[in-house]
Design a protein around this ligand. Structure first.
Ligand code: AGP
Length: 609
């Protein structure tokens, strides 16, 4: 996902733009660039690859100026080359953009017919030419941008600067997040960025454009307009992004740090939803009557979708409420029938995933009550929700989600208890039992983490595999799915997960002595059935890695390896089983030498379809 930044102030901006872009690296990118205006002249530097390449370019060819824009590009249209890197320029107009212009081909043909020559393969370049064309027709910058926006279809957050105008920057937002940062009397200046983390070095006074908004900035002011051109005001809040130290600590990767943060951030999340003294859940701020609610519709993507699957098992089994779960990219086009008076739950770490946001809009149009479980409380999904249940995982920088996932599971487990109590299927004694099991989770996870060196050893074998199969039943099946995704996305080894009971319906044909089979099987009511599936695998020479809180002898067959888990209440077993599958993926990727925190082709938040 691309990142945009802009600064208009009284100090040189080039280095500060790069600093801001470094705080957007977690979004994933493959090229970067900055543009500034100095003595009325617009100039830019761009580079393929990581920001250090751009820094080298700026070191040899410095850029002056106290107004500028910057961009980290995750290629959507056109290869990740220097030519395709933003900012793009046309006739003294320079643009950076996050999102997709869906009608760019039509616009490109129209502009070429008007004599505009395109240098790049990108959709973004049409924006620069559109604005330049309006200015050649006599429009002032503000009008030129406003008119150009009416031609664009798709999602974007964009920022524009103009040669000859050293105290003017214009930004616009439609579907992709856009933050404005306000300077102060000591350090006058205005800032724009894809999120508050990018602006944290400069200010914590942040406001967010809403869809359709555009903004005219000078170094001392921000005038915000809606898509009809009416001036509007957007709340200025104090962002917490700056308070959170975003570094690796003593870990080799952000992912390792975030795996090890789980006991702490799960404790923090639990304290938000549990009255520890009374050993009861506390959802007093959640204004939904689950007693009368007919069903709950859940929609999410990737790891968050797997959290939703776990949530289905927990909320149906313990809360007594029917739950539908769907992948957001399918849900949004399936246009499902929604129960009158129903509620829809959206799970998202970033709160900016395009498919999840589109599904939310669909459910809103069907008069559903919207609940979201998000890690970024200032995000678009949070702002569009009636009720927000935050995960308190802190910024998750590694592209592969770990601590956000287990915090999502934590919120879902606590919510399942709340729903069961409201629906009268959980009495006081059971509530206390389940709450106690949740309160034990941080300690149990710490215990699993204390054996990570065993998993490191085991992962070196896994790193030679070409294909890996994950198996699980019941609430462990989504954990098998999550394990397969983790391995795929950071080690690039093909992996897939199946419900263990499905093995005989086809996948068992895959089994031979070259195939590692990772079986997630805590001792629950489905344990014996999973064991018999595992024995079928062993009988065909499969190399079994057994993840369980049972003793190895319970397997009743030869195991390649065993990852022993601490005993845990069945209610919280998915939170515990998630840890070994995270560690297996992490250490396998380390052995493979891949870019663990920013795996190839991936972005931290998929804000485009
Ligand atoms: C998880 O490791 C992946 N990075 C990806 O599947 C992610 O979970 C998915 O894109 C959803 O993102 P969100 O939680 O920010 O909506």
């Amino acid at each position: 996902m691309c990142g945009i930044v802009g600064i208009i102030g009284t100090e040189p901006v080039a280095e500060r733009l790069v600093d801001a872009l470094k705080r957007l690296e977690y979004r994933g990118y493959d090229s970067a660039g900055v543009a500034t205006i100095h003595n009325h002249v617009l100039d830019r530097r761009r580079a393929k690859g990581k920001l250090k390449e751009l820094e080298k370019r700026l070191h040899t060819e410095p850029l002056e100026g106290m107004i500028g824009i910057g961009h980290t590009r995750w290629a959507t249209h056109g290869k990740p080359t220097e030519v395709n890197a933003h900012p793009h320029i046309s006739g003294g107009v320079s643009v950076v953009h996050n999102g997709i212009i869906e009608n760019f081909k039509t616009l490109r043909a129209e502009l070429e017919a008007d004599g505009y020559v395109f240098e790049t393969e990108t959709d973004t370049e049409v924006i620069a030419h559109l604005i330049a064309r309006e200015m050649t027709r006599g429009a002032e910058p503000q009008q030129a941008v406003q008119t150009s926006l009416t031609h664009l279809e798709g999602a974007f957050a964009l920022a524009v600067i103009f040669a000859g105008h050293e105290d003017l920057m214009i930004g616009a937002r439609r579907g992709s997040p856009f933050a404005i940062g306000y300077g102060n009397d000591e350090e006058p200046g205005m800032y724009i960025g894809s999120d508050a983390i990018a602006l944290a070095p400069f200010t914590n006074k942040i406001s967010y454009l809403e869809d359709g908004d555009w903004v005219v900035l000078t170094k001392n002011s921000a005038a915000i307009y809606d898509e009809d051109g009416a001036e509007v005001s957007r709340k200025i809040s104090l962002s917490q992004a700056g308070a959170l130290i975003v570094d690796k600590g003593n870990h080799r990767h952000f992912m390792a740090k975030e795996i090890h943060e789980q006991p702490d951030v799960i404790s923090r999340t639990l304290s938000h939803y549990i009255d520890l003294g009374a050993e009861r859940v506390d959802f007093s701020e959640l204004d939904i009557d689950f007693k009368t609610l007919p069903r709950l519709t859940v929609s999410a993507c990737g790891t968050a979708y797997y959290a939703g699957l776990v949530g289905k098992y927990l909320i149906e089994r313990w809360g007594g409420l029917p739950v539908d779960v769907d992948i957001a990219s399918e849900f949004r086009y399936r246009e499902p029938l929604m129960a009158d008076g129903g509620a829809a739950l959206f799970i998202s770490q970033s709160g900016e995933t395009a498919d999840s946001l589109a599904s939310l809009s669909y459910c809103k149009s069907k008069a559903q009550k919207i609940i979201s479980i998000v890690n970024v409380q200032e995000s678009s999904i949070a702002r569009e929700s009636d009720e927000v249940l935050p995960t308190l995982a802190g910024p998750e920088i590694g592209v592969a989600s770990t601590k956000a996932f287990t915090c999502q599971l934590t919120v879902l487990a606590a919510l399942a208890i709340h729903i069961g109590v409201q629906r009268g299927v959980i009495n006081e004694a059971l509530e206390k039992e389940l709450v106690r099991s949740l309160v034990e989770v941080p300690r149990l996870i710490s215990e699993v983490l204390s054996h990570e060196s065993d998993i490191d050893d085991l992962s070196s074998q896994l790193s030679h595999a070409k294909d890996v199969l994950y198996l699980g039943r019941g609430v462990s099946f989504p954990i098998a799915l999550e394990g397969a995704l983790k391995l795929k996305e950071i080690s690039y080894i093909h992996a897939e997960a199946y419900a263990a009971g499905e093995l005989k319906h086809g996948p068992i044909a895959l089994i031979d002595e070259t195939m590692p089979v990772i079986v997630v099987a805590p001792e629950d009511d489905l344990f014996d059935k999973t064991i018999s599936n595992m024995q079928e695998v062993a009988a065909r020479g499969g190399r079994i890695i057994f993840i369980s809180d049972a003793d190895g002898e319970a397997a009743g067959c030869e195991l390649s390896s065993m990852i022993k888990l601490p005993k845990a209440h069945t209610f919280v077993s998915p939170l515990i089983s998630a840890i070994p599958v995270q560690l297996l993926a992490y250490y396998t990727a380390v052995h493979m030498g891949t870019d663990v925190d920013q795996p190839r082709n991936l972005a931290k938040s998929v804000t485009v379809e």
